[in-house]
Every structure is written in C-alpha cells, then in structure tokens.
Design a protein around this ligand. Structure first.
Ligand code: ZN
Length: 243
C-alpha cells in the first residue's frame, strides 16, 4: 500500500511507478508528511490478483476441470483487493505486516498473526459446514488471508538490519515465512525514514526472491486449505456448468 495525500490514507501504489522504472521503494512527489513505504512491493490491482491466480492454478490444478474456476478466483481476488481499499484498511496496519511510527513491532506482529489465524479458522470452519453461502464465505476469508500472507513477503524486514537487505541476507537461514518471523518485524510505515534518508533503490533480486517466496507459501497453504479442506464439501456448489 502507499500513502495517498488527498485521501489521507494508505491506498495502492501508483502503477506508473512500475512503468517508468522509478524507485519502487518510494512514492515520489506524493508525500506531504515524509511518508515512505520502503517495502511496499505488491499493488492492490496489479500484483495481488496475478499472484493469487497463479497460486490458485498451481494448487488446485488436478481438480480444476471440475470447477467454475473463474467464479472462484473472482471471489478470492476481490476479497484480497478489498483489504487494500480505503474503507477497510484505514488504521489497520498490522494486516499488511506494517506498523505505525513508534508502535512496538511485537504488538503489530501479534495483530497480524491474530488476523491470519482468525481467517484460517474461518476457511476451515465454513468449508466443513458446507452449503453455498458458507462455501463462498470460506473463499472470502481465504482471499483476505491471502492478502496478509502476500503482504508479509512485501513488508517484513530483519530486526537486525536496515529496512532493505540484499537477497542472500534475507533468505539465508533466517526464517522468512509468516510461520517463522522470529527475526523479522513489520516495516513500511510512514515517518520511519526522514525525508531524503529513505532506503536505497530496490534490489531486483530481492524483489523477485520475495515474490517467489510469497508464491510458494501461498501455494502450500492453498494445497491444504483449498484443494483439501474447501474442496471436500464445497466443490459441488462451484462446479462447472454442464455444456
Ligand atoms: Zn496491503
């Protein structure tokens, strides 16, 4: 997410930042309060949806021929995107593995994990109950937790280093999943870095390492929550229409 001066809240980053190759770790010219989002790598509209679709395809591939995949993916993606919308994410930094200036990282982490655990519980509970409405509710909960998982890989930084780390430092035996964030803390909050002292430009190797890790993690969770738990009771409500 990115700070939006007019709306006065955090919204998705201007996609133009990708197109013209400007620094993806900064929000140039749009920042009235010295805000930076050094690790805001995934865009609500341009990054979260394809990442989610790719994970879905990979996780449920063998069963796809049975399902109305477009409908299922639409529900998951929309719920995912909604987490970055102005109305829902305001003041709710930890869902994005972010925190406010001065906020204890441990508290933000606790809120992140509580959100994730709650949504995972919902997916499992609703899937087990079955029925068209709850099976859809399970997909919505899955879309919301997918956003939090993906944002973890965008925003997590090491306690022991600056806000950006080279890929080898980030990935070399220091954990690096939502289930193992002992060495990591939420970053990407406004005001941490004084104007002019923002982190250096993105290392493309780190960006792709983070993206690949996010993908593997979500596929792994989808194999369990979607291809196993959800599929059992719910597939018949989302089956492919007979031609
Ligand atoms: Zn987000």
């Amino acid at each position: 997410m990115a700070y939006h001066p007019t709306l006065g809240t955090w919204v998705q980053r201007d996609p133009a930042g990708y197109v013209d190759g400007s620094n993806v770790y900064q929000y140039v010219g749009s920042d009235p309060v010295g805000a930076t989002d050094p690790m805001g790598l995934w865009d609500q509209n341009f990054e979260h949806p394809p990442m989610t679709e790719k994970a879905y395809d990979e996780a449920i591939a063998e069963k796809m021929y049975l399902l109305d995949n477009k409908r299922i993916v639409d529900i998951i993606v929309k719920a995912n995107q909604r987490i970055d919308s102005v109305s829902t994410n305001f003041d709710n930094y930890p869902i994005h593995y972010n925190r406010k200036v001065g906020e204890d990282p441990a508290i933000a982490k606790r809120e992140f994990h509580a959100f994730v655990a709650g949504r995972v519980d919902s997916v499992q509970f609703f899937s087990k109950r079955g029925g068209a409405r709850l099976c859809k509710a399970a997909l919505i909960a899955l879309g919301e937790v997918t956003h939090a998982w993906q944002d973890f890989f965008s925003h997590a930084v090491l306690y022991t280093a600056g806000p950006t780390q080279a890929a080898p430092l980030w990935w070399a035996g220091r954990g690096g999943t939502p289930d193992n964030d002992y060495h990591l803390k939420p970053s990407s909050y406004p005001g941490e870095h004084p104007r002019g002292a923002e982190p250096a430009a993105a290392d493309p190797a780190e960006v792709s390492a983070r993206k690949e890790a996010a993908h593997s993690y979500v596929v792994d969770r989808y194999r369990y929550l979607l291809a196993e738990a959800w599929f059992g009771e719910c597939w018949c409500y989302f089956r492919k229409k007979a031609d």
